[in-house]
Design a binder for this molecule. Structure first.
Ligand SMILES: Cc1cc2nc3c(=O)[nH]c(=O)nc-3n(C[C@H](O)[C@H](O)[C@H](O)COP(=O)(O)OP(=O)(O)OC[C@H]3O[C@@H](n4cnc5c(N)ncnc54)[C@H](O)[C@@H]3O)c2cc1C
Length: 470
């Protein structure tokens, strides 16, 4: 019997997923996802786990949806909580897999985990790795990853001049059967983390995200074909309130429920019917940023995350996390993040700049907080953007935003801060709403609490082993 085991990580879809494309299908197939137990343990310095309840819930929804799709095609899904490479190596050995398939990831932890798995796989078990999820594979980049340009613009010009984005591949119609003796199914979310099981998005959110391939494709359909919002994207993308000022594809892209090529193909199809414009181009432009951060992370390896241990959270940092800095624009954004798990790009840039350039905070602490709080957390995009704002590494210029100017420019009547800070709504509309204020957490409705996942035993650090304490 030939058995292939697919180890899924941030690629929870069937369409355009190279892991499910076989030249010669195996006789049996196992599809496995392992929630890394260390994601549930407190972050050093922060006292919150790497994965917060919003993202964990979205992840579980995505896994449930994926299992449904796999079952329809004659396969299934096994989900476990533990040490991923240990679980995968044991399953492969126990069930006699000949091949283990996994996607190459940008994150250093994932890269290390793949290397450890390779060491543990027994003789005769091949590790098969692929790219996926991005616009370009490594093979179709016009330069080796080691020669990636330092800046995004040079990268974009090169790939736009010479690169062609391959078409997204369709989902398989059928899949090889599950081996008879192999376990299947997964633990109830409430047993993994009760906070995630009961987490609900705040009613004031512009959009309520639900995980899964079909939900991602439904959002794509809405943004392009149903609402036509794509035709206005370039003008609206700096918005702060509402559902359609930007695509909101990020959670599905980050969990791999949807690939960048699927978005690319859909935008090209929309352009064929409605005509290309600046806005439709700009959606692809932003996806190129995503590709760029991915390749930059691959090039940088562990240095993406900084080289020292995270310091202990101090009071200014806690005030930033909890939305009580006294600056309404910042507090509104951090409040939105805490109760929805999502934040617009404009707000992300401002809160990051404020932490680093005004409060003198450590950019890695900000990135770690985002890792916990964002439901679209993606290692390359998150740590890459934080480095970009802070001016660390490949682009040392740093990007400092004048937060009051930004607030008045992008929220001229204070509607955004009034939306998230009810006391501000009592002030007359206009820039007075952006004046710094002295604030206590009870100004929030409901009062802000830092979301916690019940931690389990063990320690976890964002900083990869071997580079700590430098
Ligand atoms: C400090 C900071 C941290 C960030 N952390 C993350 C993160 O963990 N995960 C994440 O997906 N994005 C991150 N971003 C990038 C960006 O803010 C989000 O991708 C975007 O706000 C998601 O909303 P959207 O899907 O409506 O984006 P749109 O504006 O509609 O863009 C379409 C897609 O392009 C990609 N994209 C857009 N801008 C960027 C960018 N600057 N960098 C990388 N990809 C981009 C995303 O996949 C996005 O879904 C971060 C930005 C900053 C400033």
């Amino acid at each position: 019997m030939s058995l292939t085991l697919i180890w899924l990580r941030h690629d929870l879809r069937l369409a355009d997923n190279p892991l499910f494309q076989f030249e010669t299908p195996p006789e049996h197939l196992m599809c496995v996802y392992v929630l890394d137990r260390s994601w549930l343990t407190p972050l050093q310095g922060l006292d919150v786990p790497r994965i917060g309840p919003a993202r964990l819930r979205f992840l579980w929804e995505s896994l449930i949806a994926l299992r449904g799709e796999l079952l329809k095609r004659g396969s299934d899904l096994l989900v476990r909580v533990g040490d991923p490479e240990t679980e995968v190596a044991e399953l492969a050995a126990h069930h006699g897999a000949r091949q283990v398939r996994v996607r190459r990831e940008a994150g250093w932890d994932e890269t290390q985990a793949t290397a450890r798995l390779e060491e543990r796989l027994g003789e005769g078990v091949a590790l098969w790795q692929s790219d996926g999820g991005l616009l370009f594979n490594e093979a179709c980049l016009p330069m080796p990853v080691s020669a990636l340009p330092v800046g995004f613009s040079a990268f974009r010009r090169k790939v736009e001049r010479t690169g062609t984005v391959p078409d997204a591949a369709p989902a398989p119609v059928t899949l090889p059967p599950w081996p008879d003796a192999a376990p299947r199914g997964f633990p109830a979310l409430v047993k993994v983390c009760s906070r995630a099981a009961t987490w609900t998005c705040d009613g004031r959110a512009g959009l309520h995200f639900a995980g899964g391939e079909a939900e991602g494709l439904a959002r794509l359909d809405h943004y392009l074909w149903q609402s036509g919002a794509v035709s206005r994207y370039k003008k609206t993308r700096n918005g702060l309130l509402g559902a359609d000022f930007s695509t909101r594809f990020s959670p599905w892209l980050a969990h791999g429920c949807m690939s960048a090529r699927q978005v690319h193909d859909a935008v090209r199809a929309w352009e064929a019917q409605h005509g290309a414009n600046e806005s439709s181009y700009w959606v692809i432009f932003e996806l190129l940023w995503r590709d760029y951060f991915h390749w930059a992370a691959r090039q940088e390896g562990p240095s993406l995350f900084g080289v020292r241990r995270l310091p202990q959270a101090d009071e200014p940092f806690r005030a930033w996390c909890e939305g009580r800095t006294g600056l309404p624009f910042i507090d509104a954004a951090m409040g939105e993040l805490a109760v929805t798990g999502w934040l617009s790009n404009r707000a992300r840039q401002n809160v990051a700049s404020y932490l680093v350039h005004e409060l003198g905070g450590d950019w890695r602490m900000g990135a770690a907080w985002f890792e916990h709080a964002l439901l679209d957390y993606d290692a390359a995009s998150n740590w890459g953007n934080w480095r970009y704002v802070a001016g660390v590494g490949r682009d040392p210029r740093g990007h400092r935003f004048d937060v009051l100017w930004q607030a008045e420019r992008y929220d001229p009547d204070g509607a955004y801060v009034a939306h998230w800070l009810p006391d501000i709504a009592k002030l007359p509309a206009g820039s007075a709403r952006h004046r710094p204020w002295s604030v206590a957490p009870e100004h929030f409705s409901p009062p802000l609490t830092v979301p916690q996942v019940v931690p389990e035993a063990g320690q976890s650090s964002l900083i990869p082993p071997g580079v700590q304490g430098a």
